[in-house]
Structures are given as structure tokens and as C-alpha cells.
Ligand binder design. Structure first.
Ligand SMILES: Cc1cc2nc3c(=O)[nH]c(=O)nc-3n(C[C@H](O)[C@H](O)[C@H](O)COP(=O)(O)O)c2cc1C
Ligand code: SF4
Length: 370
């Protein structure tokens, strides 16, 4: 029997209007302090109206040394609260739920490199040229406390949930990955030690926000590099996180390619489906899958087969914030996004997020009318 993707779905106490998720998307619209701007609010207003069940915000840094990129949202200080409340308000007005994604970039910060600042790294890695220094045990405890304070701020701002960014080579991925974590203390070495950071962050957040507040993770369940995190270990960690109180897991890449680019307009569909299915078989909490999902029938087949419970998309909503509403109205054409990742090239170059294809079409039309 086919499952209705447009029927309400609950993650614990969090009720969504359907099973579609806007995966976290950095949009470079925050000001230099990390505060939400009018441009950010307009973007979330449109997303909220567009039919998606849950919007996950662009990644927000938990502390200044955790900032990854320009124009990124911050949740490192109470000064950010008024702006974050505005995002929540417009998402809710459109009928969507909204989660704040929180991150520490660790060694993978383009922002700190550009500013000439030294990043805090899980381990010192001579092959990485950007300035960095290995964290002390005390640094680690402070960052865990920063995650908990950030989650509490998200709750205060009215977000419906928090999502940890545990993927794409940022700090949490770095702790899990044997390629980035060479520590010999209790934070490195064995599987148990490399996942300690995750479990401690979850415990500390739970103590801060209470048992009922939804806490999710976007989890890089496997590295795409030889000798990196294996799928088996990733799945084991997913089980441990669920036991520790994670309410939902969005499956993505660890260290490696999270965003696949295709040149022929025919994206490789659902490239993390198998990884998501492996997690789904191992945990009882809801599982989301992201990565290259562009067709409604693919989304349907993923949910019907039980490979995942929720369907998460990023780039399609950049081009078409109203995609879910269009599908719900019966328009079955695939997403108009062709997965070229031109938007990735635009965003951050002192410009907010925009679809590169749409921009090209606009420029061509402008040239023709001259
Ligand atoms: C412009 C852009 C910004 C992104 N920002 C984030 C982010 O803040 N946090 C995150 O977890 N992933 C981020 N991603 C990755 C996406 O959420 C998603 O995992 C990836 O694009 C694959 O999904 P898709 O094929 O539906 O685009 C970003 C991707 C793009 C293209
Ligand atoms: S530039 Fe547009 S079409 Fe290309 S990946 Fe980004 S949103 Fe999709």
C-alpha cells in the first residue's frame, strides 16, 4: 500500500503537515555579526508558504571560533534571538515547522582562514595548511557547553526543534573520522572514544532543553574516503545516539562529497538511499534521507519501501521554494533544479543565495531585449 507523503507525520511530539523537509541551507544572508536580516526573513517567508513540512535552517555557529562561512547565522549569543524569532514567525505563518541547525566548523572553516584566524582542530594535521591548533580537553568541554547553550537559545527563539550538524566534515564529523581524529585521550582512538563527543553533546543538550524538546541530527554515517568512518561504525553510532535521546536522524555524508554535481541535467537520484536504509533498519526513530531526490515517484518509492520516513531536499527549494505545493496540487514534473550546483558558486561571494540557472536565464533575456 502506498503511503500518503502529503499526510501529517509526527517526529515524537512534533507534528508536521507532510513528510517533506527542506534540508539545511546556508544562504549567506546574515550580517557580519551573524544576525538575521530582512533578506533572510523574505527567504524563509517564501519557504514557509511553499508547502514543505519542516524547514531546517542554514547552519548556525554555536561559538565565534565555530563559524564556517561568511553570511552565516549565529546562535552564539542572546543578541541573535530577535532575528531568529523573525525566522520562526514567518515559517509558522506559512504553516511550516522550523528547526535550527547548529554547528561548529572545527578545522573546516573558510571564514577563519579568510580572517587569518586560527581554527580549533580535533587533531593537528600537518597536511592541512589552514592555521589550526589542537583542542585541549578544556576546549572540548567548552564547545559542548556552547552546543547546549545554542540549543537552549533555539528553544527560547521558538524553534520547533534543533538539528545538530554532524555531517560534511565539520567538527562532529571530524571527531568521528579516524582521518581527522588522531587523539590519544578519551576523545580519540577507539570507536567509543570517537563517538564520545556526540553522546556528550546530546546529554548536555537534553539536560538544558528538557526531555520533550525535539533534537535531531544530520549525520554523516560514512566517510567517502578509504580508512575513514565505515558504514558499520556509523550505524552503530546512530543506534547509540537514538538510545541517548536523538529524535530523528537525517542521513548524509561524513568527510567527503555531500553534494553531487551532474552535468547532463540528469541527476543521480537519491545517492544516500542505501545508507539511509541501513540506518533505518537499525533504529526506531524517524529517518530522513537527503541527496539528489528530484522526482515525486522517487520520494514515494523511498518511503513505500521503508528505506526512510521523510524526504529531504536542498537545491530544489533554491530554485522552487513552492515545489511541495506544486507536487501536492498534482503537478508531477520533477523538480526544476538540475543539480548543477551553480548556486554553491554564487552564495557567499558577498551575495545571498540564488539559483544560478535562473540568474543565467534572466541575464540572457535581459541581453535579448537590449
Ligand atoms: C547552497 C548550499 C548550502 C548548503 N548549506 C548547508 C547547511 O547549512 N547545512 C547542511 O547540513 N547542509 C548544507 N548543504 C547541503 C544540503 O543540505 C544537502 O545535504 C545537499 O545539497 C544534498 O541535497 P540536494 O541534492 O537535495 O541538494 C548546502 C548545500 C547547498 C547547495
Ligand atoms: S543553480 Fe539552480 S539548478 Fe543549479 S543546483 Fe542550484 S538551484 Fe539547482
Amino acid at each position: 500500500m502506498s503511503i500518503d507523503l502529503f499526510a501529517p507525520y509526527s517526529i515524537g511530539r512534533l507534528e508536521l503537515r507532510n513528510r517533506f523537509v527542506r534540508s539545511a541551507t546556508w544562504d549567506a544572508t546574515a550580517d557580519s555579526s551573524g544576525a538575521v536580516t530582512d533578506t533572510s526573513v523574505a527567504l524563509y517567508r517564501e519557504l514557509g508558504r511553499g508547502g514543505v513540512g519542516l524547514i531546517v535552517s542554514g547552519y548556525a555557529f554555536v561559538s565565534p571560533l565555530g563559524q564556517a562561512a561568511d553570511g552565516q547565522y549565529g546562535v552564539h549569543s542572546d543578541d541573535m534571538l530577535p532575528g531568529l524569532r523573525r525566522l520562526v514567525r514567518v515559517a509558522h505563518q506559512g504553516g511550516a515547522r522550523i528547526a535550527l541547525q547548529i554547528v561548529h566548523a572545527g578545522i573546516s572553516s573558510n571564514y577563519l582562514r579568510r580572517m587569518g584566524m586560527t581554527a580549533l582542530a580535533v587533531s593537528s594535521l600537518p597536511e592541512i595548511s589552514r592555521p589550526h591548533q589542537e583542542m585541549t580537553g578544556e576546549d572540548i568541554e567548552i564547545i559542548i557547553a556552547d552546543f547546549a547553550a545554542a540549543a537552549l537559545r533555539a528553544r527560547e527563539a521558538g524553534f520547533d526543534a534543533v538539528q545538530l550538524h554532524g555531517a560534511h566534515g565539520y567538527l562532529m564529523s571530524q571527531f568521528m573520522s579516524p582521518l581527522f581524529n588522531l587523539r590519544a585521550d578519551k576523545w580519540g582512538g577507539s570507536r567509543e572514544n570517537r563517538r564520545r563527543f556526540h553522546l556528550e553533546v546530546i546529554r548536555k543538550i537534553r539536560r538544558a532543553v528538557g526531555a520533550d524538546f525535539p533534537l535531531m541530527i544530520k549525520f554523516g554515517v560514512q566517510d567517502d574516503k578509504e580508512e575513514g568512518l565505515s558504514l558499520g561504525e556509523g550505524v552503530e553510532t546512530a543506534q547509540r545516539m537514538a538510545a541517548e535521546g536523538i529524535d530523528a536522524i537525517e542521513v548524509s555524508a561524513g568527510v567527503g562529497r555531500a553534494i553531487q554535481i551532474t552535468r547532463d541535467g540528469d541527476p543521480k537520484q537519491a545517492y544516500f538511499r542505501e545508507r539511509a536504509a541501513a540506518v533505518k533498519r537499525a533504529v526506531a526513530v524517524p529517518v530522513m534521507v537527503v541527496g539528489g531526490i528530484r522526482r515525486l515517484e522517487m520520494a514515494q518509492s523511498i518511503v513505500d519501501s521503508g528505506d526512510a520516513d521523510l524526504i529531504s531536499l536542498c537545491r530544489p527549494f533554491i530554485r522552487e521554494p513552492g515545489l511541495v505545493a506544486r507536487w501536492q496540487r498534482g503537478g508531477e514534473d520533477p523538480a526544476r533544479c538540475i543539480s548543477c550546483s551553480q548556486c554553491m558558486a554564487i552564495v557567499g561571494k558577498s551575495e545571498p543565495l540564488e539559483c544560478g540557472q535562473e540568474r543565467r536565464l534572466r541575464e540572457e533575456a535581459g541581453n535579448e531585449s537590449k
